[in-house]
Design a protein. Structure first.
Length: 187
């Protein structure tokens, strides 16, 4: 019995190390790109599978292009084709949603939940499956479903169409290109 337990624990430990290494590789985009003086970026295919007619893919790409151009820690240069690029960014908008009824948030405590349920606010959400690919070899460098939400009393559906691409671009830039946080005391 003891041997089986030891084998299970060792297997779980080895499995956790492989997941940690995979996550570390996927999250090291900043480290890899910050070593280059200029990173050429091709904004690839952006698609809309959300079924929402308000999705403006060209606007999303323009906002992303502006965010890349003004990034301070990595010097991005937008290029017109994949052959000139170091990386390619692509995405699929799979959800864009607005409602005049804010869903109840996952908050702790009965008082906080009652307060959240009592306050009526407008709510918008956008989700994009974003990918960063090495343009030279096609290797996936980073892929995540990026989500942005906005809750605001005065936000109309038209306002959300303008606000969501800005918010989701900030989330993408932070999640993908931010400097990784170092765990002190950990190997």
């Amino acid at each position: 019995m003891k041997k089986i337990l030891v084998c299970i624990l060792m297997g779980a430990f080895i499995l956790s190390l492989s997941f940690t290494a995979e996550c570390r590789n996927m999250q090291s985009v900043h480290e890899m790109l910050s070593k280059k003086s200029v990173v050429n970026v091709y904004l690839g295919d952006f698609t809309d599978s959300s079924g929402n007619s308000n999705v403006d893919l060209e606007n999303i790409k323009q906002i992303l292009e502006n965010a890349l151009a003004t990034r301070m820690t990595i010097n991005f240069n937008i290029v017109d084709n994949m052959e000139e690029a170091d990386i390619a960014i692509q995405g699929d908008v799979f959800e864009m949603f607005w409602t005049d009824t804010d869903p109840v948030d996952n908050v702790s405590g009965l008082g906080a939940m009652a307060m959240d349920a009592a306050i009526q606010e407008n709510y918008a959400r956008m989700q994009i499956d974003m990918s960063v690919i090495d343009a030279k070899n096609g290797k996936m460098l980073w892929q995540e479903k990026v989500k942005a939400t906005i809750t605001d009393n005065t936000m109309t559906e038209s306002d959300s169409v303008i606000m969501l691409p800005e918010r989701i671009t900030k989330m993408f830039m932070k999640e993908c290109f931010a400097k990784p946080k170092r765990n002190r005391g950990m190997l």
